[in-house]
Design a protein around this ligand. Structure first.
Ligand code: FPP
Length: 250
């Protein structure tokens, strides 16, 4: 039996994706084109994120996962890394009350061990205070890498095997999925990457096995509800087969 690439939207025959994941790329280029520091692009990126959360909810999407800081982003200048951490801190502080009121459940995925203690505490609080919300699910991938997540999952499983709590014969897709940061959640139906780049960049490697990919040629700070609508239309026109044959094929 395979781990659930559960797609609520496909199961219901609805062509609106239940779960969208976005690689918010192009902040640096947006800033450079205006002679601004890269950090200014990330600040405008937060505005685009706020717009997108609201628009996604209005358009019937229930889950949104965004890539905010990758395990590879540590290679950037310290000033930029500091700014990105500061933006997460500011975002949670400023938006938490509204997200709570609007029924948004917030979760953070990624390696928490690398987070400064105050941010770790802040995201824990955001998760606890919104845990009962079920109108919309926002996941922020921060200090996240798809390979790193799989390594942590496999390593925790290996510890259980070594301790005799899990038999090697019990290892299957479900046991690995159950140790991922996203355990138990539906996989993304649609991945959107902005900025005209055609890469996955270590985002949700396990979870996107059957996701549809849409690449949008706009820098993230300029991403609008119209771009989102276009991506949803592109998605709606796709036929997802999950390895089976096309419907109507003899
Ligand atoms: C990629 O653009 C974007 C990032 C590495 C960071 C994305 C972060 C945000 C949109 C804001 C943070 C939001 C929260 C909630 C913390 P890039 O910098 O690689 O752009 P470039 O390819 O043009 O240089």
């Amino acid at each position: 039996m395979s781990a659930a690439p559960v797609s609520t939207s496909e199961a219901s025959g609805d062509h609106t994706p239940d779960h969208i994941a976005i690689i918010m790329d192009g902040n640096g280029r947006w800033a450079k084109a205006r002679g601004l520091p890269r950090e200014a692009g990330h600040e405008r990126g937060v505005e685009a994120l706020r717009r997108t959360i609201e628009a996604a909810g209005d358009l019937g999407v229930r889950r949104l996962t965004v890539f905010s800081f990758s395990t590879e982003n540590w290679r950037r200048p310290v000033s930029e890394v500091t700014a990105l951490f500061g933006l997460l801190r500011a975002y949670v502080k400023r938006d938490l009350a509204r997200l709570k009121r609007e029924g948004v459940q917030v979760r953070i995925i990624g390696n928490r061990a690398g987070l400064p203690p105050d941010i770790a505490e802040l995201v824990k609080r955001a998760e606890e205070e919104t845990a009962h919300n079920e109108r919309f699910f926002l996941t922020i991938a921060f200090n996240y890498g798809g390979r790193e997540e799989i390594v942590r999952a496999v390593s925790s499983l290996a510890e259980d095997v070594a301790a005799g709590r899990v038999a090697p014969s019990e290892i299957n897709e479900n046991t690995i999925e159950s140790r991922l940061d996203t355990s138990g959640w539906p996989d993304p139906d649609l991945i959107i990457r902005t900025s005209g780049e055609y890469r996955i960049s270590n985002f949700l490697l396990w979870q996107i096995a059957y996701s549809e990919l849409v690449f949008v040629d706009v820098l993230w700070p300029d991403f609008t509800i119209e771009h989102l609508k276009d991506a949803l239309e592109t998605y709606a026109a796709r036929e997802r087969r999950f390895g089976a044959v096309a419907t109507g094929t003899a």
